[in-house]
Design a protein around this ligand. Structure first.
Ligand SMILES: [Zn+2]
Length: 442
């Protein structure tokens, strides 16, 4: 509506810019824990956003409620710091999704210093903290055949039809999170080392975490996550329909099937494995930001993070696309080896999705090694997301494509949670040099 037509023509896929955007989105989320953004407040908030999206927003009537044009406070490497009204955050989310297909695409900061720090850290990458080894073929041969596409399909169906939406500020979004908690508690029942909890935030919808405690290194964590919320662009109705079957009931269903097999087969990892359903990803990675920032503040050792956001739409010639931006390159290449080893029949590729495109950016921002496996090349992914058309029917009523990601997730959890090598120390951030993790040989 408020977009200059010629600008719109130039705004189709821009993966490089999206990269930067993803990073900032993460920052937005991190800021929320300390100072939650009240969507109804009149306050102005600092955000970081890709330069391309910033240019689009400058011309968008929708976000100039207070009649002040957007100004760039600082720009670095195609990322801009600007200040907006908190009232405009939902519109900004919708516009960036519309023109750049990014899930969130911006980050809200508690203050200007935090925004500047985020600009300075955007290219940082801390080294992997342990050596990732491929040596669990026996366990995988026993576990992998038990993963069932039908279970994934059924979980997607429940999440996308039993709730109007899974919006972060809506009671329906809270009910969906509690449903996931109950599903995971069912899998964990009778397992002494497994627990399920809700993580409360400054908004209605909680996150959900399933923990399988490690037998040897309980204080080292392997995290597999995906967001549990859904959104539908352009609706002012709080009861709007947002089935979110692919985005991201599919990721939650995929994670659930991995957890089901590990727990029902009583697989005991050496490191602690956590499955996370993040709240409020669609409005700026808020849930994962809170959690990752809390882990970092506590000095928690997270040795690897896998993000699954959209796994069920088979849109490319290749089966699995590994994200190349705002991820850890060592871990990402190991994830590629997991595909080649345990699903040699598959084709994989790499793709970039842009700044702040999903929750892995939250972990990456805190310096933890994170990887993300995606359903297709970016741009060939499901185009029905963030609409009432994101249904199981659009996924061919099938969990077959998602099953490939469940096999990958199982391999990730089993292989990394059992590696013995080294003792991990975290020495904290060095300014401008995030290689502060070190491995000491035993
Ligand atoms: Zn998503």
């Amino acid at each position: 509506m408020g977009i200059v037509p010629s600008l719109v023509d130039r705004l189709s896929p821009a993966p490089r810019v999206c990269l930067f955007l993803a990073f900032f989105t993460f920052v937005l989320c991190t800021a929320g824990a300390a100072s939650a953004v009240d969507p109804a407040s009149q306050e102005r908030v600092w955000i970081t956003v890709g330069a391309d999206a910033f240019e689009m927003l400058q011309h968008a009537d929708e976000i100039q409620l207070d009649a002040q044009p957007l100004r760039a406070y600082q720009e670095q490497d195609e990322v801009v710091i600007t200040q907006v009204s908190a009232l405009d955050l939902q519109s900004i989310s919708g516009l960036i999704h519309k023109y750049f297909e990014r899930c969130s695409g911006f980050m809200v900061h508690p203050d200007l210093d935090h925004a500047v720090e985020t600009l300075n850290r955007q290219h940082a990458q801390r080294g992997a903290t342990i050596e990732y080894l491929l040596d669990q073929q026996t366990a995988m041969a026993a576990l992998q055949p038990r993963l069932q596409a039908e279970n994934i399909r059924e979980t997607i169906e429940r999440l996308s039809t039993d709730f109007n939406n899974r919006y972060y500020g809506h009671p329906s979004g809270q009910a969906a999170a509690e449903w996931i908690r109950d599903l995971w508690q069912g899998y964990a029942a009778g397992r002494e080392h497994a627990t399920v909890e809700l993580v409360q935030h400054a908004w209605t919808q909680p996150s959900v975490i399933l923990t399988i405690e490690g037998s040897h290194y309980p204080n080292e964590f392997v995290v597999l996550g995906g967001h549990l919320d859904s959104i539908s662009s352009g609706s002012g109705n709080p009861d709007f329909l947002a089935p979110g079957a692919d985005d991201n009931a599919s990721g939650i269903a995929t994670l659930s099937e991995v957890a089901r097999v590990m727990l029902t087969q009583n697989f005991r990892p050496k490191r602690t494995v956590q499955f996370m359903g993040y709240a409020a990803e669609e409005v700026g990675l808020l849930g994962s930001r809170d959690i990752a920032a809390e882990y970092e503040a506590a000095g928690t050792e997270v040795v690897a993070v896998l993000q699954l956001d959209m796994t069920a739409f088979n849109g490319s010639a290749e089966d699995i696309a590994l994200l190349s931006d705002f991820t850890n390159s060592t871990l990402t290449s190991f994830v590629g080896q997991l595909v080649d080893t345990y699903q040699p029949e598959l084709m994989r590729t790499s793709t970039a999705c842009g700044y702040g495109c999903s929750d892995h950016a939250s972990w990456h921002r805190e310096g933890y090694p994170a990887a993300m496996a995606f359903e297709a090349r970016f741009g060939q992914h499901n185009s029905s997301i963030h609409s009432t058309g994101d249904t199981l029917a659009t996924l061919g009523n099938s969990g077959d494509h998602a099953l490939k990601f469940a096999r990958l997730g199982l391999a990730f959890a089993v292989e990394i949670s059992t590696d013995e090598l080294g003792e991990v120390f975290f020495n904290g951030f060095e300014s401008g040099d995030l290689t502060a993790w070190s491995v000491v040989e035993p």
